[in-house]
Design a protein around this ligand. Structure first.
Ligand code: ZN
Length: 218
């Protein structure tokens, strides 16, 4: 099983570890900071032993990384893992903005159901099954989400079931939500956001989230 350092410290950008297994151009690591797409959050970008990771995928409790052919690595080799931090930090900020938007919409609309979500580097989206357009409430939802961000509350991230790698995030006094993604330490790190509604078909509503500032402290 790959030890997931991105849960211990989601802000770590470099890690010294060892290759666990090699199968052609696919390798696993003893420990990793390199997130593989899951729960709608895209994979990190970065390198292992200076080689660009072409693909990262979850496989049970391991994460399998595809490296360029002829990488020359063997099980037990010491390697450095690096991730593209500006990209990961944007993913973390958009991910948490989506978490707060989702929680706000759940509270505002009885019986609303999430039917999809995707967190990219420049945009997050959440899709809902909802009979009526969300348009008229969008400004109010945006204000509520921004208020949660501006409160700069502490975010707890921990295991609910370590043996089965089940995790949650919690803003004490607000909510506790199961999620295995990488989460910020404070809501304020999200910074200023914008929400946009898109029509994606009858009975479906899409909310797109973008960051208005390049960094949380611009
Ligand atoms: Zn999450």
């Amino acid at each position: 099983m790959t030890h997931k350092v991105f849960w211990d410290d989601p802000y770590q950008t470099e890690l010294a570890t060892r290759i666990a297994t090699v199968d052609g151009n696919r390798v696993t690591l003893q420990a990793t900071i390199f997130y593989a797409e899951s729960g709608g959050q895209e994979s990190d970008r970065g390198s292992i032993a200076g080689l660009p990771v072409q693909q990262a995928e979850k496989q049970g409790r391991d994460i399998v990384y595809t490296l360029p052919a002829g990488h020359g690595l063997h099980a037990g080799d010491a390697v450095a893992v690096r991730i593209d931090w500006p990209r990961r930090y944007r993913l973390m900020r958009l991910h948490f903005a989506a978490e707060l938007a989702l929680e706000t919409i759940y509270r505002d609309f009885d019986g609303v159901q999430k039917i999809g979500a995707h967190i990219g580097e420049h945009k997050a989206r959440i899709d809902f099954a909802l009979p009526q357009p969300i348009t008229s409430q969008l400004a109010a939802i945006t204000a509520k989400v921004q208020a949660l961000i501006d409160a700069d509350s502490a975010i707890i991230s921990a295991f609910s079931d370590a043996a089965n790698e089940r995790r949650y995030w919690e803003v004490p006094g607000y909510c506790r939500v199961p999620c295995g993604g990488t989460h910020l330490q404070r809501t304020g790190e999200v910074g200023r956001i914008a929400l946009k509604r898109k029509n994606v078909g009858r009975g479906k509503e899409r909310v797109e989230i973008t960051l208005l500032a390049e960094t949380a402290h611009d």
